[in-house]
Design a protein around this ligand. Structure first.
Ligand SMILES: NC(=O)c1ccc[n+]([C@@H]2O[C@H](COP(=O)([O-])OP(=O)(O)OC[C@H]3O[C@@H](n4cnc5c(N)ncnc54)[C@H](OP(=O)(O)O)[C@@H]3O)[C@@H](O)[C@H]2O)c1
Length: 218
């Protein structure tokens, strides 16, 4: 499949690497066509890897990943262009973290809204699926690095899009029973706000190499 990964940070790199490893053709997008990190990644990732602007990645991809900073996600997608994301599955991995105040960061949007919903509202023809934003990127693409049962959440308004993202997550190594469907994109409020707890868990455990599991009574 042809996939556009919007974002040149560690998340974009981890997801793009995994996708190329799985045989997909990946175009990594940035604000600039000659982003040195994206250029270096494309050179080292081989012939199925390319790079360009956010618009280039959105145009090339049949399915898109938003791996941009939460503060810039809407601008990144606007610069890609609504017509290039229309009709496509957009896996939103971003978190709306605000690093301008004291640490740990706070949320730019919360309680009654979420970044996932803002993106879906701004791009009504995109098929937004919020996923993978509740763990560090090494675990997103290699869940086996954390032993035992642990979960990934998906939410979005398009059931067929969620099914396809579920299938992709299983190719990343997620067992089907570990993929928890939280319903519509409004549930992004929950997975984004979980970051407030995730950041404290990082502080308490002294490591980011963890994930959570939802245990249910029989
Ligand atoms: N780090 C993790 O393990 C982790 C885990 C879960 C979720 N997340 C979320 O995943 C996303 C990516 O995280 P990251 O650490 O890989 O990278 P990041 O530093 O948060 O974001 C880098 C990307 O955002 C773009 N960007 C930054 N400001 C922008 C703006 N004002 N307008 C448009 N684009 C802008 C950059 O564009 P250029 O390419 O032009 O520089 C770059 O592609 C974030 O939303 C983060 O909260 C991260």
């Amino acid at each position: 499949m042809r996939i556009g990964v919007l974002g040149t940070g560690i998340v974009g790199m981890a997801i793009a690497d995994r996708l190329v490893g799985l045989g997909h053709e990946v175009t990594m997008g940035s604000r600039s066509a000659d982003n040195p990190d994206a250029a270096h990644w494309a050179r080292s990732a081989g012939e199925r890897a390319g790079h360009g602007t956010f618009a280039d990645a959105a145009e090339a991809g049949e399915l898109l990943f938003n791996c941009t900073a939460g503060t810039g996600s809407l601008d990144a997608l606007r610069s890609a262009g609504a017509e290039l994301v229309a009709g496509k599955i957009l896996v939103d991995v971003a978190n709306p973290l605000d690093f301008t105040g004291s640490m740990p960061p706070s949320l730019l949007v919360s309680n009654t809204d979420s970044l996932g919903e803002q993106i879906q509202r701004a791009f009504p023809e995109a098929r937004v699926v919020k996923a993978l934003n509740t763990m560090r990127c090494q675990i997103m693409v290699d869940p086996g690095r954390v032993p035992g049962a642990h979960d990934v959440f998906v939410c979005g308004d398009d059931a067929a899009a969620k099914r396809q993202v579920r299938e992709m997550l299983t190719t990343f190594g997620w067992p089907d029973e570990s993929i928890v469907d939280l319903g519509g994109i409004g549930s992004a409020r929950g997975t984004e706000a979980y970051l407030l707890l995730w950041l404290r868990l990082w502080g308490a455990l002294g490591s980011r190499d963890f994930n959570i599991h939802v245990a249910q009574a029989p």
